[in-house]
Design a protein around this ligand. Structure first.
Ligand SMILES: NC(=O)c1ccc[n+]([C@@H]2O[C@H](COP(=O)([O-])OP(=O)(O)OC[C@H]3O[C@@H](n4cnc5c(N)ncnc54)[C@H](O)[C@@H]3O)[C@@H](O)[C@H]2O)c1
Length: 384
């Protein structure tokens, strides 16, 4: 029998919308799941935004204060898609109220925040998952399988890049993202968080790192009204950008492999240029988010001049079969969130974690803290 899971969304900006759409689509792609999400309520602080969301997506109710969600007995599961500075308070409160949580990265402003949410989830015995969507791409799952199976030999090194221009425009508004108190560490939490998760997903634990950071757009105009996503502001009073636009980082893995991670939010000419190249003693595998269904693979015993071929992922890889019947039909970003929603709901149904957990988030946040420390003081930082 299919049982209902009452769902709430807190924060209805870009991610709130994407989570909501994902819940709605889970039954279409995963019809055999033992639970069905029911959109109970949406909480938003911007007047009218929750009501619009309810009218469009069919939430039964709305709230201005997320505390009403924590107290609502009809809600069993909560998407926390509010800005970073609210992750800790809302995450801890929801877990302590017995709600399962699907929380967006970077799960707070610091590793301390992330640990507090992880502890609350563990203490309450609820399920908790995190928005590390890129590992859900079937090609990324396939790449990990190749690495684990030894198809490219012993892994020697990896290069991970996350370049975007979403903050490149000089008129990009000074939203919460650019303030340390509300946005945290800038591109570290925004993009490098995904890079660290991919690095760990593909190569295992990171033991130490050294990093350098920079701010390239030091001032922005304060917005005059409510913002969502990457709003523009012109002519407003200028304020300082308090967190990082750019980070580069050298990584050492427990396996002995080495890595380079670079992330930038002000890269003119780069739109979602996210991906990796993993190299091993006998081969290599690389992935580019913009060609999400493809891998570039070099396998064999030639060592030199070894051919590189394109592999189109298909129904045998990751959750591809839930979306398309044959290889090389394109999937999109939102599909990764449907997979994430499915993992979350399946965790609730089975009482077992599927997909990234709060422990993965703590490892990621510890690495981000180490990057910030290394950039400030110089030198290698052990992750412990
Ligand atoms: N996984 C990904 O690929 C990905 C992509 C973008 C953003 N994110 C993460 O998702 C989170 C939200 O990012 P976004 O781009 O959707 O931001 P956004 O600014 O578009 O949306 C945030 C929303 O939260 C609302 N909000 C603010 N304070 C609130 C409160 N007290 N109660 C209820 N609502 C409140 C805002 O009004 C806004 O509508 C961030 O933590 C970000 O790091 C993840």
């Amino acid at each position: 029998m299919v049982s209902r899971v009452g769902v709430a969304v807190v924060g209805f900006g870009w991610m709130g919308r994407v989570h909501t759409q994902a819940y709605a689509r889970v039954p279409h792609h995963f019809p055999h799941l033992a639970v069905r999400p029911e959109l109970v309520t949406v909480a938003e602080e911007v007047p009218g935004r929750a009501e619009e969301a309810a009218a469009q997506f069919g939430f039964a109710g709305t709230a201005r204060d997320w505390r009403e969600v924590a107290a609502d007995p009809r809600v069993q599961a909560v998407s926390i898609t509010a800005p970073n500075f609210l992750h800790r308070e809302i995450g801890v409160a929801m877990a302590e109220a017995g709600k399962h949580i699907w929380i967006e990265k970077p799960v707070g402003l610091t590793a301390d925040d992330t640990r507090a949410v992880a502890d609350a989830v563990a203490g309450a015995g609820v399920q908790g998952t995190v928005g590390f969507n890129y590992r859900n791409a079937p090609a990324v799952a396939a790449a990990r399988q190749m690495v684990d199976a030894g198809d490219i030999g012993a892994v020697t090194h990896v290069r991970i890049r996350l370049f975007s221009d979403y903050a490149a425009h000089p008129e990009g508004a000074l939203t919460w993202r650019y303030e340390r108190e509300r946005g945290g560490s800038g591109v570290l939490g925004d993009l490098a968080s995904h890079g660290v998760d991919l690095a760990r997903f593909l190569l295992g634990d990171i033991t130490s790192l050294t990093a350098d950071t920079a701010v390239f757009v030091p001032e922005r105009a304060r917005p005059t009204g409510a913002t969502a996503g990457h709003s523009r502001a012109t002519g407003g009073e200028l304020g300082p950008v308090e967190n990082e636009d750019y980070v580069n980082c050298l990584l050492r893995f427990a396996s002995g492999a080495r890595g380079v991670l670079e992330a930038c939010r002000v890269s003119v000419g780069e739109q979602n240029n996210y991906g990796f190249e993993v190299h091993g003693t006998r081969g290599a595998v690389s992935w580019d988010f913009r060609r999400m269904g493809e891998l570039r693979v070099s396998r064999g015993t030639a060592y030199q001049d070894q051919p590189v071929s394109t592999v189109y992922v298909g129904p045998g890889h990751g959750e591809y079969a839930a979306f398309q019947p044959g290889s090389a039909n394109a999937m999109g970003y939102d599909d990764l969130k449907v997979i994430e929603a499915h993992n979350f709901l399946r965790s609730i149904a089975d009482g077992t974690a599927y997909g990234p957990t709060l422990d993965d988030a703590v490892h990621m946040a510890t690495a981000l803290d180490a990057m910030a420390r290394s950039a400030e003081r110089g030198g290698w930082v052990e992750l412990g």
